[in-house]
Design a binder for this molecule. Structure first.
Ligand code: ZN
Length: 207
């Protein structure tokens, strides 16, 4: 399947499962020629067209197709910070956004490792300070944090996740959203997250 077709299929999958809604969320992936295919601005992820994606260069130049998402600068920050990145996914998935709005959230790691899969696919989840939508001052902040983390949570906004392909980025984002749901379900309960030593072992093994 071409990279463009993979983006369309993933957008449809996210939209149909309510991981994204309205015209929110955006996806990007490195195409075979090294340029980046990105979802356009102002479009629902449930209505993407493989022939009408935006093509940009790694330095942010718009090369072809419709205008890219206004959050393109966040995707580019992830590619620049993590050279192995081949895909970036960003959504406003409800439970992840809910965690990003908690007053006493741990800004170094918003969600504890409640399950082994979360430790393997997400690891630590730092929270980036609130910026208005499209405020590109968030770009350098994200780029700095992404050198050590492939998953970031934007305060009062949502998660952005980098991967070595679209499937692995999507897996991590879905694991994050489901663990955010668990985290909220467990509010007020005493929990026993996976032990730190086991989290470290899992991260090493599945890096
Ligand atoms: Zn957003």
């Amino acid at each position: 399947m071409s990279i463009a077709d993979q983006i369309v299929a993933l957008g449809d999958s996210f939209f149909s499962r309510s991981l994204t809604f309205g015209r929110t969320g955006n996806l990007s992936a490195v195409d075979d020629d090294g340029t980046i295919l990105m979802t356009p601005t102002g479009i629902s992820l449930g209505q993407l067209d493989a022939e009408a994606l935006s093509r940009v260069s790694i330095d942010g130049q718009h090369l072809h197709g419709p205008q890219p998402t206004k959050e393109a600068f966040l995707h580019l920050a992830m590619y620049r910070a993590r050279p192995e990145t081949r895909a970036v996914v960003h959504t406003h998935s409800t439970h992840s956004v809910a965690v990003s709005c908690l007053r006493d959230v741990d800004h170094d790691n918003a969600i504890p490792a409640l399950t082994a899969y979360y430790a393997m696919r997400v690891g630590a989840l730092p929270v980036l300070p609130y910026h208005a939508p499209g405020d590109d001052r968030l770009g350098p902040v994200a780029e700095k944090m992404a050198t050590d983390h492939h998953a970031l949570l934007l305060a009062n906004h949502g998660p952005i996740v980098a991967g070595t392909d679209l499937a692995s980025a999507a897996d991590a984002l879905e694991e994050l959203e489901e663990t955010a749901k668990l985290h909220l379900l467990l509010h007020g309960h005493r929990t026993a997250p996976v032990a730190d030593a086991e989290v470290t072992r899992l991260k090493e093994k599945y890096r």
